[in-house]
Design a protein around this ligand. Sequence first.
Ligand SMILES: Cc1cc2nc3c(=O)[nH]c(=O)nc-3n(C[C@H](O)[C@H](O)[C@H](O)COP(=O)(O)OP(=O)(O)OC[C@H]3O[C@@H](n4cnc5c(N)ncnc54)[C@H](O)[C@@H]3O)c2cc1C
Length: 434
Amino acid sequence: MKPAWLIVAYLAAVALPLIVSWLVGGPPRPFREELASGLGILAFTMILMEFVLSGRFKSISNGVGMDVTMRFHQMMARTALAFALLHPFLYRGAPSGGQRPWDPTRQLTITTDFSDLSTGIAAFLILPTLVLLAIGRTQLDVKYETWRLMHGIGALLVAALLLHHTIYAGRYGSLPVMTWLWGAMTGMAIGSLLYVYLLVPLRDKARGWRVTSVNRLTPKQWELTVTPDGHSGLEFKAGQFVWLNVGHSAFSLKENPFSISSAPSAGPEVSFIIKELGDFTRTVGQIEPGSVAYLDGPYGSLSIEGRDEPGVALIAGGVGIAPLISILRQMRLTDDPRKVKIIYGNRLEDQIACRDELDAEDVTYVLTEPPQGWQGARGFIDAALMDRVFSPTEFKEWIFVMCGPAIMMNIVEDHLIARGTPSSHILSERFDYD
Ligand SMILES: Cc1cc2nc3c(=O)[nH]c(=O)nc-3n(C[C@H](O)[C@H](O)[C@H](O)COP(=O)(O)OP(=O)(O)OC[C@H]3O[C@@H](n4cnc5c(N)ncnc54)[C@H](O)[C@@H]3O)c2cc1C
């Protein structure tokens, strides 16, 4: 889906309960009371929408990109948290206590019934914990999979608690149409979890893969190749990525995102360049050919398919070369006539992957710790280097595709903007998913 439509769809979904509440709501109340209810309604809706902003829905993340989806997910979680924390403190002035016969839907009174409020209080405590644990995840000594499971369970719990709180303590939630709407929206959120953790694995199980080879490319980078096991393979665009699960059940949470490094036109086999980093990636070298694998994808919007810029600039830092080499390979296999220039940064010379292939191209290798006698560029990929590689016309007309460490991407992106590259000509992907 196009980014503009996604924004409209998001705003419409978030505004829906607010608008319906306003349309079916009772007598007017002081602004502060309405604001308190409004913030509560908005917080709950935004929390439910977080389930579909998990990055696992192609119609969303392939439209705006995984980076943007995840940044938006994080931003909206923080905004919803602020609304949720503010909401109870704004109720002041209206009579509170048990249900009044003259106000059966609690339009004018605030409940103090503990059973109605308890779920809201529990959510009030769990929600900040969930957000804080997500923000500080990397500082925690917890496995990524454990954190992910806890994050999912916590989110589910918050949604269930808020559904109860909204219907039983909310001023609008007890109206039949709103009870129905909240039920449907919570159902959609829970359904999205079931889709990701049950339906997708079920589908993937029927389309298994087998590892055909694992080759060391550099001291800490491996090329893993898989072949479809009894099916036609995966349709993807060069530059996209999949969630790869090797050697576990299709329902396992042990899956990691990796860019495909082979070209779509190369045939049904799919390859990955994997850098040793942590629990899974450090064991890639021990994977036996023949092992079962599952691929969920393709995801991502790092693709030049359908683009008509006259030249393609590929800028990679470290293992960020993986999606870019897929793009290059696809261009070569399809005799793409466009000019290509590559900048590829690493720390050491022996970290340069696919060198034979790249040597045949217009490539600039950059090393921060070059060996003696190194003829290539030194230091980081920066503005000065980019000015040496690209002409003013290329900056303005070409498409720039980049993948690498955040610091490199920020420097490159800032310089491209400064040199007049339209932002629609800049495609980037970060290898962060949290
Ligand atoms: C879109 C995308 C494409 C990527 N492509 C490549 C690639 O082509 N080659 C490559 O070497 N690396 C790639 N990565 C990075 C790769 O996913 C991580 O290095 C890998 O998941 C680390 O797993 P680990 O168990 O070895 O390390 P751990 O020590 O367990 O984790 C290190 C960090 O990696 C991330 N991570 C770990 N497990 C997962 C998971 N299941 N899901 C999401 N993130 C996780 C977390 O941020 C975690 O803190 C990509 C990442 C993303 C988001």
